[in-house]
Design a protein around this ligand. Structure first.
Ligand SMILES: Cc1cc2nc3c(=O)[nH]c(=O)nc-3n(C[C@H](O)[C@H](O)[C@H](O)COP(=O)(O)OP(=O)(O)OC[C@H]3O[C@@H](n4cnc5c(N)ncnc54)[C@H](O)[C@@H]3O)c2cc1C
Length: 532
């Protein structure tokens, strides 16, 4: 028989198959020899008390032959001769998962991606990190796999559509991710493993007869009779029955193009702030109450949130054992984000700490700067975002060197006379962050940092979260899209263009890898109803 059993184990026990079997035997009242094997269904860390526990839910095979975990089969068909063709603009998670789902449904996807394949893209990232030179079409946001490829690869989402999430996770496993993402409470792949997975997805798409075209930036839409007839690239026009627009939150040229053609888009609130970095050992000490042994516990993470003067201030994309990455897409703009390798074995912990930005906030700032942009422009929040990123770039002194300040110095309005070691490869430069971010953000950040310090105080002689050993780096500004591209809630197409399907994070329907992938599948599912 198979029995679902929940266990509470020490980290060393949870890492030891024999120890788990012994506990399963105790818990089920059977002999150890009767436990033939088990599948982990859920694994989470409980670090609330002095002792850190691992909670496991397993499916135990008792007196029944053990069989390996069943991964669902996916039926990718040959679409090389398919009559219906869909152009997907952008090969991020939204575009890739849309393509795979179209193939399952017998529709041919043609992916047009402005950037390069993962391998060529890696060379552009090295140039950015080492020389401070950016390629506007190939960087941490643009290229095969989109912003998801050289990301942290955390796969949790606030969405509660469990069936859809499981399908996305199983697809990741199908393309090479480890099975632990299926049961970990906070699944994570890591930057070192994502490129191979993305490559395997591309190979499958091409093997099934889909087309995957790199360095094909879409620069215009040819429209006739409320429909897109073709999309324009430097290499000519491409035509299909429908068009999925999955260009991500950094494709400002696409937002500008849509607005210039009077295609309806809306400004969308987003969040902005800084990335903070602590020594990972300090975070481990606080979160694991000095119990950390890297043998059995992963480097600790945190999730912080506070309400300050009517606005949420929250941690975003926390990367234990991570690296702060230059995530700009153009020269003269400084954007940071974070990633970590699968082992999370770098000595630093970083996360974005951001404040919600609404339309009225941006109107005030833009008004003060007397910028020539209408108050009701759908591009207002995007222009505000760009403005702050440009200030940050200037404050860093160029070549993507980032302005930075020690945490307590920032809160106490002191210039940092020295900066701690930091993982950000292009380098950091001491600057006053309050001169870069608007007052409504900095004042809230200061209050939130003090409150986060109270939530994560010093323990056992170590330092707490609120310490000058931490450094803040500007700016964390691409948390989500500053624009929404509307779509009909039923048909999912743009209200003015019957065969244009806005999709993923850039269109405002996702906020991370899994939700973008789910949105890609949703659009592809709808297209099967329309086209077949
Ligand atoms: C450093 C970093 C770390 C991150 N870490 C995580 C994480 O751990 N977990 C998580 O869930 N999310 C993370 N994210 C966010 C996540 O990557 C995005 O939410 C996700 O990739 C959005 O998917 P998407 O397909 O909607 O858009 P994107 O991934 O942005 O993909 C859009 C694609 O469109 C292409 N494109 C743009 N314009 C054009 C054009 N005109 N013509 C043709 N192609 C075009 C781009 O080159 C890009 O490949 C991270 C992001 C970064 C930058």
């Amino acid at each position: 028989m198979q029995q679902k059993i929940s266990l509470k184990l020490l980290p060393s026990e949870a890492a030891d198959e024999a120890a788990i079997k012994k506990l399963l035997a105790n818990s089920s009242g059977k002999k150890e020899s009767e436990i033939k094997g088990f599948h982990i269904l859920k694994r989470s860390i409980d670090a609330r008390g002095k002792t850190v526990w691992i909670n496991l839910t397993v499916n135990a095979f008792i007196n029944e032959p053990f069989h390996k975990r069943k991964i669902p089969k996916f039926h990718f068909t040959d679409v090389s001769k398919a009559v219906k063709r869909v152009i997907i603009i952008g090969a991020g998670p939204a575009g890739l998962f849309a393509a795979l789902k179209l193939i399952e449904q017998g529709i041919k996807p043609i992916i047009l991606e402005r950037g390069k394949d993962v391998r060529a893209r890696r060379r552009d990232l090295a140039l950015l990190n080492k020389e401070g030179i950016i390629n506007p079409d190939s960087n941490y946001c643009f290229g095969e796999g989109g912003a998801g490829t050289y990301s942290d690869g955390k796969l949790y989402t606030r969405s509660n559509k469990r069936g859809d999430i499981d399908r996305i996770l199983h697809l990741f496993v199908y393309f090479g991710a480890e099975e632990n993402i299926l049961y970990d409470a906070h699944p994570h792949i890591g930057t070192n493993k994502l490129p191979q997975i993305i490559t395997a997805m591309r190979k499958k798409i091409v093997e099934c007869g889909g087309e995957f075209l790199f360095e094909k930036k879409v620069t215009d839409l040819i429209i006739t009779n409320e429909k897109i007839k073709a999309v324009k690239t430097a290499d000519g026009l491409f035509e299909a029955d429908a068009y999925i627009l999955a260009t991500g939150h950094s494709a400002r040229d696409i937002f500008i193009l849509l607005d210039s053609k009077n295609i309806l888009i809306h400004a969308k609130p987003f969040a902005m702030g800084v990335r903070i970095e602590h020594p990972q050992s300090l975070i481990n000490n606080i979160q694991y109450h000095s119990n950390y042994t890297d043998e059995f516990l992963p480097p600790a993470s945190y999730n912080l949130i506070d309400q300050v003067n009517g606005k949420g201030v929250f941690s975003f994309c926390m990367c234990p054992g991570g690296i702060i990455a230059p995530s700009s897409t153009d020269n003269g703009e400084l954007v940071v984000n974070g990633w970590s390798p699968s082992k999370r074995n770098n000595p630093f912990a970083n996360s974005g700490i951001v404040v919600q930005v609404e339309m009225e906030d941006a109107i005030k700032i833009i008004g003060k700067m007397q910028l020539a942009i209408e108050k009701d422009s759908p591009l207002l929040l995007m222009e505000f975002q760009k403005l702050i990123e440009q200030k940050a770039y200037a404050a860093g002194g160029g070549k993507f060197v980032a302005p930075a300040q020690r945490l307590v110095d920032f809160v106490e309005n002191k210039i940092s006379s020295s900066l701690p070691d930091c993982s950000y490869l292009p380098g950091i430069h001491s600057a006053e962050i309050k001169n870069i971010l608007p007052g409504f953000i900095t004042e809230r950040l200061k209050m939130a940092f003090r409150s986060f310090g109270e939530k994560m105080p010093a323990r056992f002689g170590g330092k707490g979260y609120f310490t000058n050993e931490a450094v803040i780096v500007a700016t964390e500004s691409r948390t989500s899209s500053p624009v929404r591209i509307p779509r009909d809630s039923e048909t999912l197409n743009h209200p003015q263009l019957k065969n244009l399907y806005p999709c993923g994070e850039g269109a405002g329907y996702a906020g991370g890898i899994v939700s973008a992938a789910m949105d890609g599948e949703k659009i592809a599912g709808k297209l099967a109803n329309v086209l077949i």
